[in-house]
Design a binder for this molecule. Structure first.
Ligand code: BDP
Length: 603
């Protein structure tokens, strides 16, 4: 899906800013206005509504969240169409135009569009109402435990207990835009390329989905805007001398697609893309034929005030901090990040592991996380979860959105599912295959493994390319026993390697909650010293194993969670605090990571 962008034939209008807002019942009918409802109030777009409302019940409200604004449409030419474009609405969206249901979308982290009809274009003014529903259950991704509570006054209150460890922020999270494009337009662009064996030259092949026109011209431009090759879609365009997209040394070409009717330009779109090779071979993760070592983070889209809403300044600061500490990569844990973030990572040369919101696929996950929780029922995840349809949809939407990004080097099918329970293999086999079928670049696919799915118990690892582990030796296991932690960690990694000698292994999570300002002479968890010692112990083991290809810590920064016994106003495993102040451990990482090269660390 193309990002809304200005071009000679396209205009983009910003619909962000102040909207009218109300939680609960509302039925737009073309005559009424949300602003006339005394219970309505102001809201900004984009942001999570939760923290900005400053009201406990509204912050935790589950159900329909209504947004409305009135648009005085610009003139749209006869041969053009107008499209409403939502970067994301969390989690389910219904879009109404003058009271008419004009579009719907399920899934809170991928974009969708609504094309305005002739009738909509004639309406003056046009009332745009959006319902953002934030219910989660066993059919949605992420997975939530949904219940209806009877209140003392007889009212029924909807409740979602997150089956995952981050706060269920919701609302219109990413920009809303109105753009125009020609009726006969470019619908999608898929850039494929084949590099020569020496990686010096490439044949670029571009697929174009477009309306009927007489001619489609594809041009490849370098960073100075010089045309290097030109031809038709599906034709090999030869680049004699290629500048590769390298980790932290990005180079982006432009693929310009133009539609012509005779000599007349009908539509034009510029898609940036990088050329690089990704391959998994002999227990190594190769980028441009060299062994790559992942240094970086699991992150969240999470900032004060905005919650999960797009915060471009925070994104840029985060990636600058990531570079400063000597890292090279992050995982979009636990959902697709904004298109703006992916474009930024492309430009900065940051390597990305791209994840769908498949989190919580573990019955009773919160009980499992709660160390004091006694699990009465045996887990029955794969008969209880009805998420397959949502899962397929989100894989399709993610690949459609992110396929051309050079930064994306691997896809994640799920985070910490119950991959050791009967039914897991049947559930995941076709989803992993779906990624492989859809992705023209044939990027590796992984599943992020949970601590309970140990080697021998896990049922899916043979289906994936890289063994990605979330492990907490020295935290959830061997708590404050770092010597034992090292022994157990090494043992487990050796077991994985014995089972899958050709697959590289990396950590996609490891970490220890740390409250900045807490210190101790001894090994006391939650102190800044313990966080340092915890990481040193883990690194000692990593460095002793040649097939261990990467370390992504949990987490980049502290983040908001649901309340629970083991969360002290959020999760504090960040190397940075929620406001991005460094903890003591940042110095340790900076020293370590600036000494480890991105390529060729473990040749
Ligand atoms: C893992 C999850 C992550 C949690 C983390 C933790 O993948 O979302 O926040 O552990 O417990 O279970 O800190």
């Amino acid at each position: 899906m193309l990002y809304p962008q200005l071009s000679a034939k396209r205009k983009v209008y910003d619909l962000n800013g102040l909207w009218q807002f109300k939680q609960g019942n509302y039925a737009p009918n073309g005559q009424n206005r949300l602003s006339d409802d005394p219970e309505s109030e102001l809201m900004v777009v984009p942001t999570s509504f939760n923290d900005v409302l400053v009201d406990k019940d509204k912050r935790l409200f589950i159900g329909d969240n209504w947004y409305e604004r009135v648009i005085d449409l610009p003139e749209i030419a006869e041969d053009e169409e107008a499209v409403l474009r939502f970067g994301s609405v969390t989690h389910q969206a219904k879009v109404y135009l003058n009271g008419r249901l004009a579009g719907e979308h399920k899934g809170g982290f991928t974009p969708f569009e609504v094309v305005l009809t002739e009738k909509d274009l004639a309406e003056k003014p046009l009332v745009l109402s959006v319902c953002a529903n934030n219910e989660l259950n066993y059919t949605t991704l992420p997975v939530g435990n949904y219940l209806e509570k009877k209140m003392p006054d007889g009212r029924i209150k909807k409740v979602v207990k997150e089956n995952f460890d981050f706060f269920n922020y919701a609302g219109i999270h990413r920009p809303v835009k109105l753009y125009t494009r020609p009726k006969h337009h470019i619908e999608d662009i898929i850039v494929q390329y084949e590099l020569s064996d020496d990686l010096k030259s490439a044949e670029v092949m571009v697929k174009v989905e477009a309306g009927a026109v007489s001619k489609v011209v594809v041009s490849i431009l370098d960073e100075t805007g010089k045309v290097l090759a030109q031809g038709a879609p599906d034709q090999a365009l030869v680049l004699e001398s290629v500048t590769l997209w390298q980790p932290l040394k990005a180079y982006l070409y432009t693929c310009r697609v133009e539609l012509f009717d005779g000599d007349k330009l009908v539509d034009r779109y510029d898609e940036a893309f990088g050329i690089r090779k990704v391959e998994v071979k002999n227990a190594q993760f190769l980028i441009n034929d060299q062994p790559f070592y992942f240094k970086g983070f699991g992150k969240h889209e999470d900032t004060y005030i905005n919650g999960r809403g797009l915060n471009e300044a925070a994104n840029l600061m985060d990636l600058n901090l990531l570079k400063d500490i000597g890292a090279n990569s992050f995982r979009t844990s636990h959902y697709p990040y904004s298109e703006e973030m992916m474009r930024l990572a492309d430009r900065m040369g940051i390597v990305v592991i791209d994840e769908v919101p498949a989190v919580g696929l573990f019955q009773n996950f919160t009980a499992a996380l709660d160390l004091l929780g006694d699990k009465a029922e045996p887990d029955n995840t794969w008969t209880v979860m009805k998420t397959k349809e949502a899962h397929e949809a989100v894989i399709r939407e993610l690949v459609k959105r992110d396929k051309n990004h050079a930064c994306v080097v691997m896809w994640v099918v799920a985070n910490e599912p119950s991959s050791h329970e009967a039914g897991a293999r049947e559930y995941f086999e076709s989803l992993i295959q779906l990624y492989r079928d859809l992705d023209q670049q044939k990027r590796p696919v992984t599943l992020v493994n949970i601590m309970m799915a140990m080697p021998g118990k896990d049922l899916v690892a043979d289906l994936i390319d890289v063994i990605c582990l979330n492990r907490y030796y020295g935290w959830y296991k061997d708590h404050a026993e770092l010597e034992d932690a090292k022994v157990h960690l090494k043992q487990e990694l050796e077991d994985w390697h014995r089972l899958y000698p050709d697959k590289p292994i990396m950590f996609t999570e490891y970490g220890a909650d740390t409250l900045p300002g807490y210190h101790s002479l001894w090994d006391i968890p939650y102190t800044e010293e313990y966080q340092c010692d915890y990481y040193k112990a883990n690194h000692e083991v990593f460095d002793s194993l040649p097939y261990f290809v990467g370390e992504q810590v949990w987490n980049f920064a502290d983040f908001e969670t649901n309340v629970s016994l083991i969360r002290v106003k959020g999760n504090h495993k960040g190397l940075f605090s929620r406001n991005r102040d460094p903890k003591q451990v940042v110095r340790l990482f900076k020293e370590r990571w600036t000494a480890i090269p991105n390529l060729g660390y473990k040749p």
